[in-house]
Ligand binder design. Sequence first.
Ligand SMILES: C[S@@+](CC[C@H](N)C(=O)[O-])C[C@H]1O[C@@H](n2cnc3c(N)ncnc32)[C@H](O)[C@@H]1O
Length: 219
Amino acid sequence: MPRLKLKRFKVKRPAPDVLVHYVRVYPSKDLHHRPGDLPPISPAALFGLERAMVIDLGCGRGEFITAQAQERPGELFVGFEWHDKSIWDAVNRAHAARLDNVRFIRADFRRALVKVPDRSVSEAFMLFPPPITRPNRLKNDPLPEPTLREIHRALLDGAVFTLVTDSPEYFQAKRALIERSGLFADLETSRAFEGGLTRFQRFWEGFDIASQRLACRKA
Ligand SMILES: C[S@@+](CC[C@H](N)C(=O)[O-])C[C@H]1O[C@@H](n2cnc3c(N)ncnc32)[C@H](O)[C@@H]1O
C-alpha cells in the first residue's frame, strides 16, 4: 500500500506571524541535551489558561484536531507532528477557521511528551500512527513502552487514551503492551468502518480496511 504517497501534497507556507501564533518547535537535540531549557508544553504556556488539554499525537494535516477544536470551543487542543508540510496545512486550516483553542508542536512526540506536565491532559489520541512492528525498524515505533508511560503520566486520573490503526498486527502488539503495562483499565476495542474521521482513515477504509480502535482509561 502506498503509505508514503500521502505525504506528497502541495501546501502554502503560512505567514510568519501565523506560524508563530500556532506552532512551537521542540528540536530533538534540545529535548535530548537541555530539556530543562525548553518551555513546558502546558495549557498555561500555550494558551495562558489553567485547564486540561486534549492531545493528538501524530496529528498529520490536523483535520481531526481542528474539527474537534471547532466542535468544542470551550476546550484546548494540541497536535504533535514532525512533518513540516503537514503542520503548515494544519495551521492553514486552523487559521482559516479563526481557531484560537488549538496549537501545534513540531517535534518527535516521543521526546516532547516529557515537557507535558503531569495530569494536564484530559484526552489523548493516536490516530493511524505508522504501524511499525518489524524488529529491525522498532526504533521508529511511535508507541514504545516509555511513550505509553509518558501518555499515562500526562493524563488526568480516569482520562482516556484512544489508539486507532488500520493494521491488525500493530493493533495486537499495542493492545498486548497496554494490557501488560497495567497502567490502563476499561480497555474497549472495536473493529468497524467509522466513516473517515481523518484523511488516513478515509484512505484505508476506501481500500475496505476497517479501523481498529482501542480506548482505555488511566488506571
Ligand atoms: C499515517 S499519518 C496519520 C495522520 C493523522 N493522524 C490521520 O489519521 O490522518 C501518521 C502521522 O504521524 C506522524 N508521526 C509519526 N511518528 C511521529 C513522531 N514520533 N513524532 C511526530 N509525528 C509523528 C507522521 O508524520 C504522520 O503525519
